[in-house]
Design a protein around this ligand. Structure first.
Ligand code: SF4
Length: 291
């Protein structure tokens, strides 16, 4: 059987950057804690843990003193930095520069919204690490919407600044924008237009992969999509492949591959999420080639 890897799959720039920062810190022989798993991929977390990276949660972070803690690509709210300062913790900053920029734009919008009784609305997944960091920029006063059902949380008679988590689906975000615009227009009918500022914060590293993956999935008999189960862009990009090629399978490791999937198949494609390491995609390609 022929097996082809999608060359555009693998870590996005932000994750690559964070992993590199971690590897450099570990090379110096330092003890490094990572606040949350550095990437939504268990295999890569295992690899870095073998090099000495210790993943901790926020409760464990609260107990730490006088050490170094890495902030992963998703970023953190301001209170994490304040706590670090109080507890003499040195932060190793690995927040993706794109997320950092979104955080600062949200902060600016929140400050300016004070003057015109506006609202900062964030389209994202409840409880997602990046979203916690984004909401933190508004002192948790921002309005989180995760689906159309949450639009009722917005007061359409007041100004709105709209942002999205960087890994949300661009099409869904467009739909949300249109619905808010329609509701605001209706609320303003007859009176002065209400300000609605839309910030395009879906990351191109994810949205640009969609059309390419559709083509890739359509050109193969079977697709093996490799990703951690916690990865939100992994779920989204898997569905993109599945919508084009029903013979698409989600796996997190070699052990999950079943040889029966490949009967009567001649050309397999292997691809993954922005949090899937290239070495894992290659490992899976080598495994399938031997079936
Ligand atoms: S998806 Fe984009 S914003 Fe998110 S970590 Fe990767 S490069 Fe940064």
């Amino acid at each position: 059987m022929r097996v082809e890897i999608d060359n555009r799959s693998g870590f996005c720039f932000g994750v690559q950057n964070a992993v590199k920062i971690a590897e450099n810190a570990l090379l110096n022989g330092e003890r490094v804690f990572s606040l949350g798993p550095i990437v939504h991929n268990d295999k890569e977390v295992e690899r870095l843990s073998d090099l000495g990276l210790i993943s901790i949660d926020h409760n464990q972070f609260s107990e730490l003193r006088n050490c170094k803690v890495l902030i992963r690509a998703h970023g953190e709210p301001p209170e994490t930095y304040e706590k670090a300062e109080r507890n003499n913790i040195e932060i190793i900053e690995a927040t993706c520069p794109i997320v950092k920029k979104v955080q600062s734009r949200i902060r600016d919008a929140w400050i300016s919204s004070k003057a015109d009784n506006g609202q900062v609305v964030i389209y994202g997944k409840s409880g997602h690490a990046e979203v916690i960091g984004l909401l933190g920029q508004t002192n948790n006063e921002g309005i989180l919407i995760s689906s159309v059902d949450d639009l009722c949380k917005i007061d359409f008679t007041r100004p709105v600044h709209l942002f999205s988590q960087t890994t949300m689906d661009a099409k869904e975000y467009r739909k949300i924008k249109e619905l808010i615009a329609g509701n605001m227009k209706a609320a303003a009918s007859g009176s002065q237009e209400i300000s609605f500022k839309i910030h395009n914060t879906v990351c191109g590293q994810v949205s640009n992969r969609e059309p390419h993956l559709k083509e890739f999935a359509g050109n193969h008999d079977i697709i093996i999509f490799v990703s951690g189960r916690e990865s939100s862009n992994g779920k989204m990009l898997f569905n993109v492949c599945k919508s084009v090629n029903p013979d698409t399978y989600f796996v997190s490791s070699v052990d999950e591959i079943e040889s029966s999937w490949f009967s009567n198949k001649k050309f397999a494609g292997v691809c993954g999420a922005t949090s899937t390491p290239k070495w894992l995609i290659e490992q899976i390609r080598d495994h399938i080639s031997k079936l």
